[in-house]
Design a protein around this ligand. Structure first.
Ligand code: PEP
Ligand code: MG
Length: 901
């Protein structure tokens, strides 16, 4: 039988896995193997594959047959590599059990350390180390973690055993007059271990397993179970990690950073993850185990001079206290970057002076850091320009476009507290003291700052909901700092001036009390806190951003246009790199700024009683359309501009309440009853499927005529002024070619008139939106007349799903929550449904016209995943709102690079 291999060995200078086996071994397992192959000092161990995890779940939460046999066989090799034996009475080897999924999920799953300590192995370890304090400290930690992770959480209980044991420890320390854990003696720890075991039995009702083999099996199962823990599931939802990936388990020989003053543990980044600077950056703690650094329990020491800041400069660095080991580590840092060609985040332990590497993975970074590192690494010839483009995710680029505190305004205020700058950028909002509150504020659209005692992975959803995060404790490498940075959230940690009183729901900073709802501003780049609302500005002027975007455009083949309807928006979009306007919605001039005058004329047109009245009103309206069109064409000079004929149902432009209708009646010198009658006549049960789009132009051809005349005249005038307007006009909501023919006949007539009047020849493109499913099916016929297609994916989604785009929010929310659909189809394109229709439309359109120009102007044009789809569907361009243009440019370049690979 061809049995599946579930267990992979690594250790010494060999490994059964390697870096590119992340899907099977998880990120951690694959990189541990790779580090072994690189010859780095890695404690030997085994990786139990992600496939074993999926098999475990497929098998009703039972380990697959033979898995533990494979583990025990693998353990023989581990024992050989380390010269120790698991469960041995003389020379016992201890293990850690850690999760490790394909994508890093920092702190979201569980870990158990010191596995293998039991009455059979403790005497041997005592004899071997001659360090009873260390042995009992390790043992009490094992009991605490094992009871919490394996005996409680993995079994689905909620006893709060961890807190109860923590409280016992605190009480004991207090009774002895100790302040620090390090003051506990071997006898204290031995006593506490016994007490802990009793407590575990009392609370959980099961004995702590005094058997090394049972402990390991329990540890592996618990890690598998933690894949489906609450926080892991929340994190996966946010990050879009599929539930069926599963996690690997890394079972690795323990090395100890808690064996006294020549032992230590630390976490580091090969470059600064907040700014991207090329400096080794990290934190360490002497006489501690790894979790102490990342859990944010003690504020750690700086690794080196580069890591020192206002908060930790009085603490000793590793560079100062262990210069030789530091040098060795710094050398490993360089080897790792050369091998992985990226910034890595590493965990290490020093056991009695000997350095061990416990983990390395591609490090999470802010958008600014991603940008700086990518460009630096290209200059260092570590990566090429293609890779530079791939190194910044669209979300990180988006983050760069996000605001920071305005330095000029910031100067006016006093800093009330300083902390560690864990996530740069700025945030202004009101205080939320719990995750729930932050989520509540977010739901109401209120900007908020989540203020917490320490960084805690349980808060993941609140962190997501907050605009900024501020904590009293924790270091730069604490879990929450990592998570916040990964999301580009403004975050300040270790701000010890803050005293939080959850019972009273208040925060004290330097004697002043702040309550939930009070305003704070954070400068996450410096770690400064203010109690005023400071102005924000955007960060795009950064010259490195410009340099990066230039490289992006070198690799981009698909065009990126913008949706804009005013000269101002058009200019804005050009500044963001838009190459044209893909959608100018004519009706937008009747909303918002300066819309009163044209709206009044439009209303006259809508409420006209007959054709003559309507034509009179339209003639008055025409100059307004012409002026906006001309202004925008002038800004876009030589860049194409697609005007879309008026689309929405007319009732949208007339008042719906009695008050307003009476006002309008007065304005127009008509009776209220008459106005009401005419407005009521416009009523449609389902207006989005009624008299809108091209149907308006068919029913009222004079409406079409006016729009064409305004656009042609604007163009003719600009031509006469020596400008180069690139006019495109498209018809909305088309269902067949006859509609296009009908409107084209009007356009042709008007064109002749305008050309004669101005003595110029107008060259323009006549196209259509494709936004009704039927149009995609008859696209071959439509392409006989249309010179270009622009997919309106908003309406196409609406009509394909039968989801009203204006009303369906709550339903879509429910559907995504319950996993009935994977995402909101109005945000990210439904590729298997709407996407298929688009492919069909492209294919049929180009069957008629091989080089038919095709673009997209629905909201999806700015969504990175959708942009990739449009690229692969063969679109010539996407068009999106001005602020999303850089993101669309990046997504288009990345799609082109991926397609070539
Ligand atoms: C669309 O439907 O995708 C579109 C761009 O048009 P509108 O949003 O104006 O309906
Ligand atoms: Mg539409």
């Amino acid at each position: 039988m061809n049995k599946v291999k579930y267990v992979y060995f690594f250790g010494g200078k060999t490994a059964e896995g390697k870096a590119d086996m992340k899907n099977l071994l998880g990120g951690k397992g694959a990189n541990l193997a790779e580090m072994c192959l690189m010859g780095l000092p890695v404690p030997a161990g085994l990786t139990v594959t992600t496939e074993a995890c999926t098999a475990y779940y497929a098998n009703n939460a039972q380990l697959p047959d033979g898995l533990m046999d494979e583990v025990w066989a693998g353990m023989k090799k581990v024992e050989e590599a380390m010269g120790m034996k698991y469960g041995d009475a003389e020379n016992p080897l201890l293990l850690s059990c850690r999760s490790g999924a394909r994508a890093s999920m920092p702190g979201m799953m569980d870990t158990v350390l010191n596995i293998g300590l039991c009455s059979a192995t403790i005497p041997g370890l005592l004899k071997k180390t001659n360090n009873p304090r260390f042995v009992y400290d390790s043992f009490r930690r094992l009991i605490m973690m094992y009871a919490d992770v394996v005996m409680e959480k993995a079994e689905g209980h909620e006893f709060g055993i961890r807190k109860q044991l923590d409280d016992m420890l605190d009480k004991y320390k207090h009774s002895k007059g100790y302040k620090q854990d390090t003051e506990l003696t071997a006898d204290d720890l031995k006593f506490l271990s016994d007490e802990f075991k009793k407590k575990v039995k009392e609370v959980i009702g099961v004995d702590f397993p005094d058997d090394a083999r049972k402990q390991l099996e329990g540890g592996i199962k618990a890690v598998f179970k933690s894949w489906n823990g609450k926080k892991a599931i929340s994190y996966r939802r946010i990050e879009g990690i599929p539930d069926n990936w599963g996690t690997a388990v890394n079972v690795q020989t323990m090395v100890f950073g808690n064996m006294g003053d020549n032992s230590a543990t630390g976490v580091a980044f090969t470059r600064n993850p907040a700014t991207g600077e090329n400096q080794f950056y990290g934190e360490w703690l002497i006489d501690a185990q790894g979790e102490d650094v990342v859990a944010g329990i003690r504020t750690p020491n700086p690794l080196n001079d580069a890591t020192k800041n206002d908060q930790n400069k009085h603490l000793h660095s590793m560079q100062e206290l262990m210069p030789a080991t530091y040098k060795e580590l710094d050398n490993i840092r360089m080897l790792l970057e050369k091998n992985f060609k990226d910034m890595l985040d590493i965990e290490f332990t020093i056991q009695e002076g000997k350095l061990y590497m416990l983990q390395c993975r591609v490090g999470k970074r802010t958008g600014v850091a991603a940008l700086n590192m990518a460009l630096d690494m290209m200059n260092e010839k570590l990566i090429d320009s293609k890779e530079v483009v791939m190194r910044l995710s669209p979300a990180q680029l988006d983050e760069l476009l996000h605001p920071i505190l305005d330095a000029n305004d910031e100067k006016k205020y006093t800093v009330i507290a300083k902390g560690l700058p864990a996530g740069p950028g700025g945030a202004v909002g009101i205080v939320a003291m719990t995750s729930e509150k932050a989520m509540e504020y977010r739901a109401k659209g209120i900007n908020n700052i989540l203020v917490r005692e320490e960084t805690n992975p349980e808060d993941v959803e609140g962190m997501r909901a907050a605009d900024g995060i501020l904590t009293a404790r924790g270091g730069m490498t604490s879990h929450a700092a990592l998570v916040a940075r990964g999301w580009g959230k403004c975050c300040i940690v270790g701000c010890d001036a803050i005293h939080i009183d959850l019972a009273r729901n208040e925060i004290k900073i330097n004697g002043k009390i702040y309550k939930e709802g009070d305003t704070l501003s954070l400068n996450g780049t410096k770690g400064w806190v203010y109690d005023q609302a400071i102005q924000m500005i955007d960060a795009t002027e950064n010259p490195r951003f410009q340099e990066f975007m230039k490289i992006v455009d070198q690799h981009r083949t698909m065009g990126v246009r913008t949706n804009a309807d005013t000269p101002k928006d058009a200019q804005n979009a050009i500044n963001f790199g838009a190459e044209g306007i893909g959608l100018f919605r004519i009706e937008h001039m009747f909303y918002g700024e300066n819309s009163e005058a044209p709206l009044a004329k439009l209303r006259n047109m809508i409420l006209a009683n007959n054709v003559d009245e309507r034509v009179f009103a339209l003639n008055e309206l025409e100059p307004f359309i012409k002026a906006t069109a001309k202004g925008t064409l002038a800004v876009m000079d030589a860049k194409p501009l697609t005007f879309r004929l008026m689309d929405p149902p007319l009732h949208e432009f007339v008042p719906q309440t009695e008050d307003k209708q009476r006002e309008l009646a007065k304005e127009k010198g008509m009776s209220y009853e008459e106005i009401k009658k005419r407005i009521d006549a416009l009523h449609e049960v389902n207006p989005m499927m009624g008299l809108r789009g091209v149907r308006l132009g068919i029913v009222y051809p004079e409406v079409t005529r006016t729009q064409f005349r305004a656009l042609f005249e604007a163009t003719a005038e600009l031509m006469k002024e020596g400008k180069n307007p690139k006019l495109e006009i498209m018809v909305p909501l088309t269902i067949n070619v006859n509609e296009l023919k009908h409107q084209k006949a009007i356009a042709d007539e008007v064109q002749k008139e305008v050309e004669a009047k101005f003595g110029v020849k107008i060259d323009y493109l006549y196209g259509t939106m494709i936004e009704i499913p039927r149009a995609t099916l008859v696209a071959d016929q439509i392409a006989e007349i249309a010179q270009f297609f622009s997919f309106g994916t908003n309406d196409l989604t609406q009509m394909t799903f039968g989801f009203s785009r204006d009303d369906v929010n709550a339903i879509v929310h429910e559907y995504t929550e319950q996993n009935i659909i994977p995402a909101d189809p109005f945000n990210t394109l439904d590729q298997e449904g709407v996407g298929e229709l688009i492919k069909l439309g492209v294919e049929r359109g180009r069957k008629t016209k091989k080089d038919l120009k095709i673009g997209v102007c629905g909201e999806h044009g700015g969504d990175p995943a959708s942009v990739e789809f449009f690229f692969n569907a063969g679109m010539n361009y996407v068009s999106c709102s001005p602020f999303r243009v850089p993101v669309a440019r990046l997504a288009a370049a990345q799609a082109a690079i991926k397609a070539k690979k």
